[in-house]
Design a protein around this ligand. Structure first.
Ligand SMILES: Nc1ncnc2c1ncn2[C@@H]1O[C@H](COP(=O)(O)OP(=O)(O)OP(=O)(O)O)[C@@H](O)[C@H]1O
Length: 330
């Protein structure tokens, strides 16, 4: 349950954009497999370290805007306004991203309330450069930020960086620390999650109310969205987990493929993309049903040998080599 333990680290795709004075990107660097670490320097200032596996880049987070609209999809743009730099995080495990952004936001608010050193004081201190990963969120951090918020006079506005919503009456709303992982996975659930994260093929089941759906949500939240496909045999089951039906997944395989003609090794056939409603389309639809059938039947051996997987990997998984398929029964 790494996502719960640590809000200071994140894995995903990072796009670093250099903005000009009118906010347009003049330079862009995309790091598909980046590690992002939240840390502090020798003056306890908050830094964001982006590591591409070779050279780490540090970004000061004195002033920044955070946009959290797409966190559920594993994406979050943030803007370090001091340097006119925009960092766009994408394809991050959503649970990990959520905790990371909460940690960032709370730690930054707490830091703002402390008296930052002036440039002269920093020079005088003569401290050697350092970087240390930030400590995980604790109850005392939340209490501190709640105290700070209660001192702020009501404004009737919502600040983008500090989303303490203030009702129209001017009354300030204290947010509960609900983001702290209050519900831990039990031993069996944690074992399943760690097997999934280590890339094993896993089948888990249990009687009613034993926590299968709870675990499933945690699994989906711990994997990179672009290479995770949650599917179910029926629409009802798919809706339950925010996934898609297997038929839909198969169609998306076809549609995502860059070529007009696609080869499926598991059935040894070529399929052509056709316009909806044509005779060829109907035939292709039938073939896809057969493909699905084989796909599910052969899930162990086919996926183990990675036969059909490269078809998906061309476009949808440009960011990651490992694909995770989740099949849910009703
Ligand atoms: N580790 C956990 N900690 C706290 N609560 C849990 C945990 N696992 C499951 N629960 C709770 O137990 C209840 C049943 O869990 P869940 O709905 O996931 O079971 P299920 O096996 O999917 O059930 P069913 O087969 O009936 O759909 C839910 O209220 C869920 O929030």
């Amino acid at each position: 349950e790494t996502a719960d333990k640590d809000g200071a680290q994140l894995q995903g795709c990072v796009t670093v954009e250099q903005l000009n004075s009118s906010g347009q990107a003049t330079r862009r660097q995309v790091i598909r497999k980046a590690s992002v670490i939240l840390g502090r320097n020798e003056f306890q200032e908050i830094l964001l370290r982006v590591h591409d596996g070779k050279i780490p880049q540090n970004y000061h987070l004195k002033e920044f805007k955070l946009f959290t609209k797409f966190v559920r999809d594993g994406s979050a743009p943030s803007n370090c306004s001091l340097k006119n730099i925009q960092l766009l995080l994408s394809n991050c495990p959503p649970d990990q991203l959520r905790l990371f952004l909460k940690t960032l936001s709370i730690k930054h608010q707490a830091w703002q309330s402390s008296k930052p050193l002036t440039g002269r004081e920093k020079l005088r201190a003569g401290l050697p450069r350092s970087f240390e990963a930030i400590s995980p969120l604790q109850q005392k951090d939340i209490q501190k930020v709640n105290e700070l918020r209660s001192k702020v006079p009501p404004k009737g506005l919502t600040d983008r960086t500090n989303k303490t919503t203030v009702a129209g009456t001017g009354q300030q709303v204290k947010r509960s620390p609900s983001f702290l992982p209050s519900r831990k996975l039990n031993k069996e659930q944690a074992a399943v999650l760690s097997a999934v994260l280590s890339g094993k093929n896993v089948f888990f089941t249990g009687s009613a109310g034993t926590g299968k759906s709870f675990l499933l949500k945690r699994i989906i939240g711990s994997l990179p969205p672009k290479s995770t496909f949650a599917t179910a045999s029926t629409g009802v089951a798919a809706c339950h987990i925010g996934g898609t039906t297997i038929t839909q997944l198969c169609w998306s395989v076809i549609q995502c493929a860059p070529e007009d003609q696609i080869y499926f090794p598991s059935v040894g056939l070529f399929y052509k993309k056709h316009r909806v409603g044509t005779e060829e389309y109907k035939q292709t639809n039938w073939s896809i049903c057969r493909f699905q059938f084989r796909f599910i039947l052969n899930i162990d051996c086919e996926m183990g040998r990675n036969t059909d997987v490269p078809l998906l990997s061309k476009k949808r998984t440009a960011h990651s080599g490992i694909l995770t398929f989740i099949f849910i029964s009703d």
